[in-house]
Design a protein around this ligand. Sequence first.
Ligand SMILES: Nc1ncnc2c1ncn2[C@@H]1O[C@H](COP(=O)(O)OP(=O)(O)O)[C@@H](O)[C@H]1O
Ligand SMILES: [Mg+2]
Length: 377
Amino acid sequence: MSAHDPTGADRERIALLGTLAAGVAHEINNPLTYVMASLDQAIEEVTALVDAVPSLRPTLATMHEARDGAERAWLVARDVRMFSRREPGAVGPVDLRRVLDATVRLARHDVSARATLVQEYAGVPPVMGSEVGLGQVFLNLVMNAAQAIPPGDPKAHRICIRGREELGRVLVEVSDTGAGIPAEIMQRIFDPFFTTKPAGLGTGLGLSITHDIVNSLGGAIHVESEVGRGTTFTVSLAALPRSSVRTSRPPGRMGRVLVVDDDPLVAEAVRQALAAENDVAVAATGTEALSMVSDHGPFDAIFCDLMMPEMDGMRFYDEVSHVAGKVTEVIAFLSGGVDDKATEVFLARTGRPVLEKPFNPEGLREYVRERVRGPAG
Ligand SMILES: Nc1ncnc2c1ncn2[C@@H]1O[C@H](COP(=O)(O)OP(=O)(O)O)[C@@H](O)[C@H]1O
Ligand SMILES: [Mg+2]
């Protein structure tokens, strides 16, 4: 993809490639989640044995390598799928501080090995956007910043996330003290599939997706960089009045919600949508969710992913119905699209609602409110 001003034919080819790649990525993603779950299970079992049988140590190291490799492939496949799903979800007033806090939580592991993180965005006003889309934007920028810095000496490097208001715009800067971007590739960094990273580390889609999301919100993204000194990306969006996002809690008690999803990005998006009005617990597996239901229940609502490795949503439903039958009445399923017969039959049998990704945050909140208030109102 060398042209940085693609012709119509190029664009068509890029779009077609994107669609094909997304299909392949989707097919790869599911088996990979099983590979990772099985490896996790095996690692756990071998870890329990390794003190008694020290000769297993190299085997354990090999298994960790396999797990890392599978996770990398899984992340690449997810990037590719995101590329095909360009619409960033429901748009409304968004508290950027919450989006940036969540970004930091997700990226902390990659950042902390490389740089000291500086967060200066406490006073930033809200913007119009979607939490999921904006989360994707800033996660891409922060991950790129981290990847521009070699691991090993986090005291020597900084990644700063700064937010400020200027003439009715919100400017969020993500800057790093990493490698910088050479002038000769500057024109191409936003092109889909342009990457300077080794195969397996970069898809070249991050900035292309970021650019599209920011554009779709009427915003702009700028970059300044100096080789050897670092890079600053600035995202500019229209500011909204501070009163447009509600930070105080509405009257009535807090709801108690459990989110069950193996995908931390999805779980975080649901948590964010509900956190102002509810106590939200998150479980990454069906097994974890089962013990939360028996230890921390009852919940007013349980949002459960249909597709999860190890124990999927349907099995979770059946298992939890043995533990406490009434619990099933508060379950709603989360889905990226139901396309198999078994799931359709299951849903028809149980009559439980299915919420399609990407979610409408207000829809999630309303679902919980109805259950907290109770049928009598
Ligand atoms: N903060 C940064 N510092 C240095 N180079 C960067 C930075 N952000 C982006 N780049 C360059 O832009 C390219 C494209 O970025 P991106 O679209 O996110 O794809 P990827 O990260 O998968 O390579 C990167 O491969 C890298 O060369
Ligand atoms: Mg990237």
